[in-house]
Design a protein around this ligand. Structure first.
Ligand SMILES: [Fe+2]
Length: 399
């Protein structure tokens, strides 16, 4: 307890039932210790400053959608408390969440103050649509605190949530600091950290006081569901941020490790192009009738077979290409994504090596669950280089 004295006597904290429940929760905490919600790759990337300012603002707005309804959920759960002592336990946490004796220190107010410091108003937050996974979490929490037993409500709101805070919050703080430096108001994050261990201990105590061994399975499942949904939130944020908000995204075709599906298919394309791998190129393109490739070397090539044979011709010609994709912006669509960016690198034709640059736009669609390239439009950045290469090629063909 942070502000109030514990309402429980030492004797109450030693009863057989309490100790058995407490042991069950300790074992459960151990069991879920390796859950993907902890040290999630999205949090690592966020803390590592891998997302742009717009990306971090996007994440903070979405996280606000979890923070805002929290005090209402505690109040709902308090109404469901079976006795005054359990309610008193929750009051300690609510008192902190409500800012103690200062309305301006309410956690939701502090969160709005942080958003305001990075240029986001409450109005903008309110009109931002909430991610699906966050809506599911909030609905599940509300359902648990309003309609389930007090212990299950505690498992969802208290225990399941508090378990993630000591691990997850420092990443969010580091990511926010790395992006905004001194410009951002960090009071909200300052109210979380060590004191959350106290809240977590209180959540364990109040849950141990109010459950029975018959309910253990349901509690374990509720805690796992809560962690699963929280991991899904990081998954969803990661997918969007990787696609739309990566800092200095460069794709060379040599990418390894965990990649978002959008980066993976673009990387596959560059691997195929830079290594003259026709099978991989074939795999990369859509089989839709409307597939079209507008080459910087001229012409429009249509349909999967013709596009593949045009690439085959290129790979068997004396032209060697080594380029990377940069200044890329990816925008997700219902069944695919568009990537608009630039390419830079070299083109070798016979003995001649020319530095080249292209503007390159692409459209990928999902076919049988995998992204495939439906359209690719490339054009030279520099007309003089374009002419030089076309001259070299025609000299080669007429030789
Ligand atoms: Fe809080």
């Amino acid at each position: 307890m942070e502000y109030l004295e514990s309402p429980y006597t030492a004797k109450e904290l030693r009863t057989e039932v309490f100790v058995a429940n407490n042991n069950f929760l300790t074992a459960l905490e151990k069991e879920v210790g390796g859950h993907t919600v902890f040290d999630h790759p999205f949090l690592l990337k966020l803390a590592n400053n891998e997302y742009s300012r717009e990306g971090v603002v996007f994440v903070l707005k979405q996280f606000g959608k979890i923070v805002m309804p929290f005090t209402a959920a505690i109040c709902k759960l308090m109404g469901n408390a079976p006795d005054i002592k359990s309610r008193f336990m929750l009051m300690d946490n609510l008192y902190e969440e409500m800012g103690g004796n200062d309305i301006n220190h309410c956690h939701p107010m502090l969160y709005l103050k942080m958003l305001d410091s990075v240029g986001v108003s409450k109005y903008e937050l309110d009109k931002t649509p909430t991610l699906s996974s966050i809506r599911i979490l909030n609905d599940a929490i509300y359902d648990a605190v309003a309609n389930k037993s007090f212990a299950i409500g505690c498992a969802w709101l208290g225990y399941g949530g508090e378990l993630t805070i000591p691990n997850n919050f420092p990443y969010l703080v580091d990511g926010t600091k790395a992006c905004f430096g001194k410009d951002v108001d960090l009071d909200f994050w300052g109210r979380h950290g060590e004191r959350d261990q106290t809240h977590s201990d209180d959540a364990t105590t109040v849950l141990s006081m109010n459950t029975t061994p018959e309910e253990h399975d349901e509690i374990a499942q509720s805690v796992k569901d809560s962690l699963n949904i929280r991991a899904m939130i990081w998954d969803e944020l990661e997918k969007i941020c990787d696609a739309e908000y990566l800092n200095n995204l460069i794709i060379t075709g040599k990418e390894t490790g965990m990649l978002s599906p959008e980066i993976k298919v673009l990387s596959e394309y560059y691997h195929a192009l830079n290594n003259g791998d026709i099978q991989l190129m074939k795999h990369n393109w859509s089989k839709e009738k409307s597939a079209a490739f507008t080459s910087p070397l001229g012409g429009i090539v249509r349909t999967h077979e013709t596009i593949v044979s045009a690439h085959n011709e290129l790979f068997e010609s004396p032209i060697e290409i080594d380029v990377e994709y940069y200044d890329v912006q990816i925008a997700l669509m219902d069944n695919g994504f568009q990537a608009v960016g630039r390419e830079r690198g070299v083109m070798r034709i016979g003995n001649e090596t020319v530095s080249v640059g292209f503007r390159t736009s692409r459209l990928f669609v999902k076919e049988e669950g995998e992204y495939k390239q439906l359209h690719h439009h490339g054009s030279f950045e520099d007309v003089q280089i374009q002419n030089k290469i076309l001259d070299t090629l025609s000299a080669l063909q007429s030789a």
